[in-house]
Design a protein around this ligand. Sequence first.
Ligand SMILES: Cc1ncc(COP(=O)(O)O)c(C=O)c1O
Length: 351
Amino acid sequence: MRNFIRPDIAFLKPYEAHLEEGNVKLDANENPFPWPSGMREELFSQGFSFNRYPDGSAAKVRESIGAYIGAKPEEILVGNGSDELIQIVLNTFGGRGRTLMIHPPTFSMYAAAAAITGTSVLEVPLKNGTGLDAANMLKSGTDVIIICNPNNPTGSLFPKEEILRIVQSSEALIVVDEAYAEFSGETMVNLIHSFPNLLIMRTFSKAFGMAALRLGYVVGNKELITSLNKVRQPFNVNTFSQQAGITALKYTSAYQEQIEMIKRETQMLYHELGQIQGIKVFPTKANFLLFQPVDPDRWAAALSAKGFTVRNLGQLPGLGKSLRMSSGTPEENQAFLKAIKEIAETEGVER
Ligand SMILES: Cc1ncc(COP(=O)(O)O)c(C=O)c1O
């Protein structure tokens, strides 16, 4: 039979989420808490006309997001999660004959979206696996640069001045993916007016605990947003998710309490994991952390057998084999620490 697939994407593997039924899920950097009290009832009590198409311009949710981040609605574009936005960005500013620069190890969807959109990829690895190599990033020409800050999977937060140096000195369009900004407490959203080549990407999937509803947004000057609007699907965000975003933004103080708790718990996990012989753990400014037990594959399997799903990232450039876990609830984290200490005892500590 004829091979119908485009040869340049035949190598791709479908994204596989590893669902381990019944396990505590610590593999996807989600918010482990239920929505703030009253939010679900408020959202579900609204009269939705599901027989009608959504508001394709997503006007009201863009207004709410604008008030939340301090931008104008016309400086915002929403998407079906930031995953969709990455693809829209590359369909608009990347594509055949153009290049995307990324800094491995980083979020895997950038390279996947590049392949799908026919964009070439130029990799400038992080220094020692965790630091942004601004000097090298500025050496090569490129069309689009995606900087993930804080970076998934390392948890590192890059200095603002270094990112700014790239934004100021590069001819490229710079996308700063701030999926975890609510945890790091740092954002560059306010700089979109100063730099016409800067786009900031955010999501409701992490701090707002809305991963299932697929709502992300990108912020930039009006010209960039107008370009992206030419490319996106007309009804890319459904009515329910638009309304969920609007509702969530009425609960920011309750969310802030969750965020503070998650930050405390993540730092507690960092400290506790660091005490366990046979584990190397990396500092983090997000709601997850990267760690390297003596034998990551065996430890991931052992954790899974004890009821905890972490992300086995395999071999990371500059870092080697690594695992990543997000913070669970305080109870889940305590149970996780008990389990991993038991594993440390049985697995031995030889590095
Ligand atoms: C850095 C980064 N960007 C984007 C995403 C995707 O977010 P969304 O759920 O909005 O598609 C993730 C999810 O893990 C991520 O880690």
